[in-house]
Every structure is written in structure tokens, then in C-alpha cells.
Design a protein around this ligand. Sequence first.
Ligand code: ITT
Length: 196
Amino acid sequence: MNNLSLVIASGNKGKIGEFKKLLDGFPFDLLTQPVGFEIEETGKTFMENARIKAMAVSQATGNLSLADDSGLSVEALGGAPGIYSSRYASSDKQRIEKLLAELKPFSNRKAKFECALCIASGEKVLIEVSGFCEGLITFCPKGNNGFGYDPIFEVSGLGKTYAEMDHEKKKHIGHRGNAFKMLTPELKKLLTSIEN
Ligand code: ITT
């Protein structure tokens, strides 16, 4: 049977790179969303936004689509930036600086990364799952790997930021890897049902 086309519904190079590695070994021809494709994220939760993105890209391309909505929720900031993680400031550097400045008065550094994944076909949601990772916000950036808030998110119990880990380690313990562990059996069922 020919490979199935799957569009990764994201414009974020860091996420796309992680998905290419996570989906390695699955019988998909991976496609990226059309250049310049913009979707308004009007949802109130990570999952609502993941659905909006997956359905819009699937409808626009005619292919199966996988979307990820993710972000960092900081306890002392009432859950901010949360679903606004990418809209918090205009670059990774500025987002990190803003978060560290806002958190300065607080001793509570607890935070949680969340990832909602949705696979859609047209306007039909086929699979949706979530993954989490608990941690602490560091006082300054540490490490050079990854993207986004990786240099200031230290994983609970590990004493290392995401940016100090290699891809395999982040995949094993991170929010996206944890969501992907939930996705894998559902994806296998979906592939079996398509083949039959
Ligand atoms: P798409 O919607 O096109 O996928 P985006 O960057 O706008 O790209 P989101 O709306 O889901 O994606 O925003 C998620 C933001 O949360 C992202 O821009 C990063 O700043 C941050 N983020 C998500 N996952 C992350 C990770 O694994 N490491 C570091 N930061 C992450």
C-alpha cells in the first residue's frame, strides 16, 4: 500500500522538526502546510486551538492533518502565558525576557508545559490527545538545544532545562513526547482501519 500523506499543520520550525523525528517509522509522506497559511486561534483551550488548526489545514489541502497547540502555564502568573505562549511577545528571546521579568517578584517558579494534538480529516476530528510536563522556571536561560521557552524550563526532578537535553531525552519526558505516546496506539488503529 502507498504511504498516506499527512500535513503537519504548523508554521513553527521547532515543532515541525520534533514531529519529523516522532513520526519516523510511520508510513506517512509528511507534508508541510501551505506557505503563508494563517489560521486565527480563537479557541479557549489548547485542544480547541489544535482542532481549529487541524481542520483548517486538512480542509485547505485535502489531506489528513496533524496539529499541535501547546504552551507554558506558570502557576504564580495565574497560568499565563498558557494558550497565549506564542503571542506573549514577538520573538523567543523577547518572550523569555518578558517571562523572567514578570516572574521576578515571585518565589514560586512552578510551571507546566502542555501539548494538545489533533488529527483531522476535513472537518472531522479523528484523534485528539494531550500530554504534559511539570517543571520550574529558571532564573536565567540555560542550554542551546530546542526552541521557544526551552532554555528556561527545568524539568522536575531532572535539574536540566529542555534546552540542555538532546532530542531523545526531550521526546522521552517532554510534553510533546508524552502526547505522542498517547497518540501512537490511536494512530496505529487509524492506519489499520484505512488499510482495510
Ligand atoms: P503553530 O500554531 O503554527 O503550530 P505556534 O508557535 O504559533 O505555531 P502555538 O500557538 O501552539 O504554536 O504556540 C506554542 C508556543 O509555545 C510556541 O510558539 C513556543 O513559544 C511555546 N512552545 C510550545 N512547545 C514548546 C516546546 O517544546 N519548547 C519550547 N517552547 C514551546
